[in-house]
Write a protein of this length. Structure first.
Length: 439
């Protein structure tokens, strides 16, 4: 178990580190996509600026044909090692060169109308939409305009070239939704892996808890069975030893008494072994019940009489069952079910016990004034080999199979059994005999 704890701790620590690393990666990815989005916005500003200048150029007097603009662009390349030239980031350089050209044209042509920021904003919003960005608000203002009204918005600066100061500043609503949509695949995958890992951890711990419970139940069963087997074996051994050591052929009565003791103990052991074998799940799956009409009150009275006879304490049993009530059941196994429930009521009680048995066409209820069962143990009392080990109940004879047998037989009959109990106030077992009618 210590090794298991160490391995589990290491694995959980590794998973925690991976989760933290994944969160950090998602945060970094968010920043990266945000930077890429702001760069896209900056390019939209550049295109809007160029289109705005073109619009104002067309509004000026430049002859009759305004359908085209003629210009000459000069792109500067970088010399390579082999003596040639390469033009890195061609489209980006072309865009910057066009921006420089149109601003020079704007400054040199006095007939061009002054800049209208309302028109520029309209063009900017259209470019953002063309780029797949849909902010609630988007506007362009001079770089010197740092109004506090834009504090809640994202911003992107625009300069004509890299070595010049910004001339515009674009403000737009935060695009968290756009960025998260870009990350939706990795977020969904990470969340799924995290939930699956959490489920597996929970399932592992749940199973380990069950295994520990089963291990404890096995130890309890072994202890209880050893205790139960030792008593009849010791009695039979003592009787046989007495006959061997002090055998007197003439004392027939004494010999019969010892033989009877041995036979009783061997019969008890045989019954115990049979009970253990009958608890096999495979045995229950193949068990054939002898279903017939059973008079409930006579059966309960018969079982009650046997319980009173073998009890070593005062037992009062109150029976409230209609004389004409009957059910469809196996009389032998139904009698065993009632015997188990009443026997437990006698075992788990004080110096005396009061048992109340009521029945109608839908249920059979057995109520006692015993020590009761606490809430921690109540969900497990029908499990195989399970026994309540709190208080002095651990010393009560048994091996945790009685209520398991009751649950299985009730299930085979197509019925249900429920229990309510409070420590110190007794227990109530209710068998719901669904589908049975009074005669």
């Amino acid at each position: 178990m210590k090794r298991f704890r160490i391995i589990t701790t290491i694995c959980l620590t590794a998973i925690a580190i991976m989760v933290v690393g994944n969160v950090w990666y998602l945060y970094s990815l968010y920043d990266s996509i945000k930077a890429q989005t702001i760069h896209t916005v900056t390019e939209c500003v550049r295109r809007a600026d160029i289109l705005d200048i073109i619009s104002r150029l067309n509004g000026a007097s430049h002859g009759d044909d305004k359908s085209f603009i003629q210009m000459t662009l000069v792109l500067k390349g970088q010399k390579t090692e082999d003596g040639g030239y390469e033009y890195r980031n061609l489209l980006n350089n072309l865009s910057k060169t066009m921006s420089e050209y149109f601003h020079i044209t704007e400054q040199s042509d006095k007939r061009i109308a002054t800049r209208n920021y309302t028109s520029l904003d309209s063009i900017f919003n259209n470019e953002l939409n063309n780029a797949g960005l849909y902010p609630e608000r988007a506007m362009i203002r001079p770089a010197a305009d740092c109004n506090g009204d834009y504090d809640a918005l994202w911003s992107a600066e625009f300069a004509i070239s890299d070595n010049q100061a910004p001339i515009y500043k674009a403000y737009f609503s935060p695009l968290h939704g756009h960025i998260l949509r870009q990350m939706s695949g990795i977020i969904a995958t990470s969340a799924s892996i995290l939930m699956l890992t959490g489920f597996l951890i929970w399932y592992l711990m749940h199973q380990v808890g069950r295994l520990r419970t089963i291990e404890q139940m096995k130890d309890d069963f072994t202890h209880n069975m050893t205790h139960e087997l030792k008593t009849p074996v010791a009695v039979a051994y003592s009787a046989a030893d007495s006959m061997l050591r002090y055998y007197d052929q003439s004392d027939e009565e004494r010999n019969k008494r010892f033989l009877k003791i041995i036979m009783q103990r061997l019969s008890f052991l045989s019954g115990m072994i049979e009970n253990i074998l009958s608890m096999s799940m495979e045995r229950f799956k193949t068990m054939q019940l002898n279903i017939e009409t059973v008079e409930v009150r006579p059966l309960v009275e018969e079982v009650s009489g046997m319980i009173k006879l073998k009890a070593d304490k005062p037992v009062r049993i109150d029976i409230d069952i209609p004389a004409n009530l009957s059910v469809r059941a196996d009389p032998l196994h139904l009698g065993n079910v009632l015997s188990n429930l009443m026997d437990n009521a006698v075992k788990y009680s004080g110096d005396s016990v009061d048992i109340s048995i009521k029945a109608d066409s839908r249920s059979i209820t057995i109520v006692d004034n015993g020590v009761g069962i606490d809430n921690d143990n109540l969900p497990y009392i029908f499990d195989k080999f399970y026994r309540v080990t709190s208080g002095d109940r651990y010393e009560v004879g048994g091996y945790g199979l009685g209520l398991f047998y009751v649950k299985q037989i009730v299930g085979l009959l197509g019925w249900e059994i429920n229990v309510t109990s409070r420590p110190g106030q007794g227990s109530q077992f209710t068998i719901k005999t669904v589908g049975n009618e009074e005669r």
